[in-house]
Design a protein around this ligand. Structure first.
Ligand code: EPZ
Length: 420
C-alpha cells in the first residue's frame, strides 16, 4: 500500500486542469447498459471507482475499451446478476440496478454495505422501482428486482435527509424504457443528475426537468448508442480551491464549470479570499487581510456540498476565530476530525456540528485516511502544517481524485508518494 508524505509550508501557484466528474461518470457508465449499441464517453477520470464500475460492466457481459480518458462500452448482451464479490467495494455499484431493470426487466445486485460516512440505505431507490411495477425482494444480502413490464408512475423520492442523488439516477434509468410517463417528485438537482439526463436524451430518451425537483420521463421502446463528454468534477474543483486558499499565492483551475461550485466560491469570498471566474476557469488568491471564520451547513445541491465539508474543516482549522459546520446530509461524516486534531486542530463535535477554534499553526503528523474526502482534507492540512504529514491508506484518495499528488506538485507542493 502507498502512503503520501506532504512537506508543509510551500506556497502554491500556477494552474492545472480539472478532471471529469467521478460522480457523473459512475451512473453514466451504468447507463450504457441500456442499449446494445456502442457508447463513447470522453473525460472519464482514471480512478479506482470508475475502473471498478467498468469491471462490473464487463462482468455483466459488456465489452469495454479505454484509451486514456475515452471509454467505449458495448453492452450487446447483458446478464442481470452482479454478485457480492463484484460489487462489494463500492456503494455506487447500486446504480446498475436501474439500467438492468430497464433493459432486462430483472436484476440481482448485492446490497451496498454502509461506510464510514454513515448508513447508506437504498429504500428510496427500491420505492421508485416498485412504483414502476417492479417486485423487490431483499434476501441473503442481495436485492432482487423483477418486472414483467415497467409502467410509468408518479413517485416522490424525497427522504428524511433530503433527495437522493443515486436514487434519482437509478429510477430515471429504469423509467426511460417504461411504458408511459414517469414523474419523479423530490428529485435530486445535482449537476451529475443533469449530466446523466443529457446522456440518456442523446441515447433517445425523453427526459425533461433534470436539475429541478420534478423530472418527467416519457418512456420509449429502445435506446441507441451515443457519445458524451463527462462534466468537470465540481468536488475536485472545490478541493483545489481550498488548497489555493490554505497555502496559495494565487492558483487558477481550468476546464471547470464555475456555476457548479457557487456555494464553495461564495464561502471562500465570505472568508476573505479573492475569487475570480471566467466561463471555464476559477482563480483563488489571498487578499492579504485576515480571513474570517465561517458558519456553514451542508445541504443538497445547490447548497454547500457534504463532499466539501472535510476540506473546509482543514481550511477553517487555521482560520482565526470560531467556525461552525453542520452536516445535514451525513450527520456522522467527521472521521477526519480526530486526525486533524492529531495535527493540532481544535475541533469539538456536538452531534452533527463541528465547532472549530482556529489555531495559529498545524503540525505534521502520521495520520490515517478513512474515506475519500477525509483523505483529501488531510492532504490539504498537510500543505499548511509545519513539518511532514504522513498519510496512510491513500487508496481512499485514488478512488476519487485523478493524480491528486501530481497536480498539487505541479502547483508547487512538496508531496511524494512512497510504498508503505
Ligand atoms: C451521492 O451519494 C454521491 N456519490 C456522494 O459522494 C454524495 O456525498 C451524496 O450523493 C450526497 O450528495 C455518488 O454520486 C457516486 P444520497 P448517494 O442517496 O447518491 C439518504 C463522494 O465523496 N438516503 O444522495 O449514495 C442517505 O442516507 C461521495 O464522492 C436514504 O435515506 O447519496 C443520505 O443521508 C460520498 N435512502 C441522503 O439520503 C435512500 O434510498 C443523501 O444520500 C438513499 C439515500
Amino acid at each position: 500500500m502507498d502512503k503520501i508524505l506532504v512537506h508543509g509550508g510551500y506556497p502554491l501557484s500556477g494552474s492545472i486542469k480539472i478532471s471529469g466528474s467521478k460522480n457523473s461518470a459512475l451512473p453514466i457508465i451504468a447507463a450504457t447498459l441500456l442499449t446494445p449499441d456502442p457508447c463513447v464517453l470522453r473525460r472519464v477520470p482514471d480512478l479506482s471507482d470508475t475502473n471498478y464500475m467498468l469491471q462490473i460492466l464487463m462482468h455483466l457481459g459488456a465489452e469495454v475499451e479505454r484509451a486514456s480518458g475515452t471509454v467505449t462500452v458495448k453492452a450487446e448482451k447483458v446478464n442481470s446478476v452482479a454478485p457480492y464479490e463484484v460489487v462489494r467495494k463500492m456503494r455506487a455499484s447500486v446504480c446498475v440496478l436501474g439500467p438492468l431493470l430497464g433493459r432486462c426487466k430483472e436484476a440481482t445486485v448485492s446490497l451496498p454495505g454502509g461506510c464510514v460516512i454513515g448508513d447508506r440505505p437504498i429504500d428510496l431507490h427500491l420505492k421508485g422501482f416498485e412504483a414502476l411495477g417492479a417486485a423487490v425482494r431483499v434476501e441473503n444480502g442481495n436485492v432482487k428486482v423483477f418486472a414483467p413490464k415497467l409502467t410509468g408512475a408518479v413517485v416522490n423520492l424525497q427522504g428524511k435527509f433530503g433527495p437522493t442523488v443515486l436514487g434519482t439516477d437509478n429510477v430515471m434509468m429504469a423509467a426511460v424504457l417504461a411504458e408511459g410517463v414517469t414523474v419523479i417528485e423530490g428529485a435530486a438537482t445535482e449537476p451529475e443528475v443533469c449530466d446523466l439526463a443529457d446522456f440518456l436524451n442523446k441515447m433517445g430518451a425523453k427526459i425533461e426537468g433534470a436539475g429541478t425537483r420534478r423530472i418527467i420521463i416519457e418512456g420509449v421502446k429502445e435506446l441507441h448508442g451515443a457519445e458524451h463528454d463527462i462534466i468537470p468534477d465540481r468536488i475536485e474543483t472545490g478541493t483545489f480551491l481550498v488548497a489555493g486558499a490554505i497555502c496559495g499565492r494565487g492558483i487558477t483551475l481550468h476546464r471547470v464549470r464555475p456555476e457548479h461550485v457557487i456555494s464553495v466560491t461564495t464561502a471562500l469570498a465570505q472568508s476573505g479570499f479573492n475569487v475570480a471566474t471566467t466561463a471555464n476557469s476559477i482563480s483563488v488568491s489571498p487578499n492579504g487581510a485576515h480571513t474570517k471564520p465561517l458558519e456553514l451547513t451542508t445541504q443538497p445541491y445547490p447548497g454547500f456540498p457534504t463532499d466539501m465539508q472535510a476540506q473546509m474543516c482543514a481550511l477553517l482549522a487555521t482560520t482565526e476565530g470560531t467556525s461552525v459546520i453542520t452536516e445535514k446530509v451525513f450527520p456522522q461524516r467527521y472521521m477526519h476530525v480526530a486526525e486533524l486534531k492529531r495535527m493540532g486542530a481544535q475541533v469539538e463535535i456536538e452531534g452533527a456540528t463541528a465547532v472549530i477554534q482556529g489555531v495559529e499553526r498545524l503540525y505534521g503528523a502520521p495520520v490515517m485516511a478513512s474515506d475519500l474526502r477525509a483523505s483529501a482534507a488531510l492532504v490539504l492540512a498537510g500543505l499548511k502544517a509545519d513539518g511532514v504529514t504522513e498519510i496512510r491508506r491513500v487508496y481512499h484518495i485514488d478512488r476519487g481524485y485523478e493524480h491528486l499528488d501530481e497536480k498539487l506538485s505541479e502547483l508547487g507542493a512538496h508531496i511524494e508518494r512512497v510504498k508503505e
